[in-house]
Design a protein around this ligand. Structure first.
Ligand SMILES: Cc1cc2nc3c(=O)[nH]c(=O)nc-3n(C[C@H](O)[C@H](O)[C@H](O)COP(=O)(O)O)c2cc1C
Length: 198
C-alpha cells in the first residue's frame, strides 16, 4: 500500500511514524528547572548527529501547546544529561515518563539515585551504564505542533566499566533499549555482523 501522510490525522501520523522508524534509541534526559528542581524523562525522537564535536538530537513534543518540562528546562538552563537506558532500567525509564508536573522529582518517583555531574548542573542517574553530559547548542521549532528540537553537544561521557570491551560499550553487554511502536521495546542483546564491501 501507499500512504500520503498529508491525508492522515495527527494521531495516525504519529502511530505510523513510530511503527516505521524502529528501533529508536531512547535519550533519557535529566534537566534542572530554573528553580533547581531535577527532572527526568525519556524521549525516543533522539539520535546521534555528529561525532566531532559529539552532538545528539532530542525532540520534545508539546503538551496542550506548551513545552514539556524537559523542553522548558533546556530553554531556561541550556544543559542536560542524556542516558542510554538498558534492559535492567527499562521499567524505571518508563516510570519517569509520567506526566508528573514540574515540582515532582522523577529520580525519587522511580527510585533512582542522582549523582552530581562534572561539567553540567543537572544530576546524572547513578544506575545508568552510559551518561552523556551535554550543553544546548541549537533549538528549532519543527512541524505543526510544533515540536521543540534540540541539538546538544556532549561535553563529558560516563561509561560503566562492566559494559566495555576494548574501551567501548559492547552492545550485548550494554543491552540498550530501543523503542518500537506503542508499549513495545527491544534490546541489543542479539547483534549480528555483516562484513562491509571493500
Ligand atoms: C520510551 C518513551 C519514549 C518517549 N519519547 C517521546 C518523544 O520522543 N517525544 C515526546 O515528546 N515524548 C516522548 N515520550 C513521553 C514523555 O516521556 C512524557 O511526555 C514525559 O512526561 C515528559 O516529561 P517532562 O514533562 O518531564 O519533560 C516518551 C515516553 C516513553 C516511555
Amino acid at each position: 500500500m501507499q500512504i500520503d501522510p498529508a491525508t492522515l490525522s495527527a494521531k495516525d501520523s504519529y502511530l505510523l511514524m513510530t511503527a516505521c522508524v524502529v528501533p529508536r534509541p531512547v535519550g533519557w534526559a535529566s534537566t534542572l528547572g530554573a528553580d533547581g528542581v531535577p527532572n527526568l524523562a525519556p524521549f525516543s525522537y533522539f539520535g546521534g548527529v555528529s561525532s566531532s564535536p559529539m552532538t545528539v538530537m532530542l525532540s520534545v513534543g508539546r503538551r496542550a501547546g506548551r513545552p514539556k518540562d524537559t523542553a522548558a528546562n533546556l530553554l531556561a538552563t541550556k544543559e542536560a544529561v542524556l542516558h542510554i537506558p538498558t534492559r535492567a532500567l527499562a521499567a524505571a525509564m518508563v516510570a519517569t515518563s509520567a506526566d508528573a508536573g514540574p515540582d515532582i522529582d522523577e529520580f525519587a518517583l522511580a527510585g533512582l539515585t542522582p549523582l552530581p555531574s562534572v561539567s553540567v548542573r543537572p544530576p546524572r542517574v547513578a544506575e545508568a551504564a552510559i551518561a552523556m553530559e551535554a550543553v544546548l547548542r541549537h533549538h528549532l521549532e519543527v512541524g505543526d505542533g510544533p515540536v521543540d528540537m534540540f541539538l546538544l553537544e556532549v561535553v563529558r561521557l560516563h561509561l560503566d566499566d562492566d559494559v566495555l570491551v576494548d574501551g567501548r560499550p559492547d552492545p550485548a553487554r550494554l543491552a540498550a533499549v530501543g523503542r518500537l511502536g506503542g508499549r513495545s521495546y527491544c534490546d541489543t542483546t542479539a547483534p549480528f555482523e555483516i562484513p562491509r564491501p571493500d
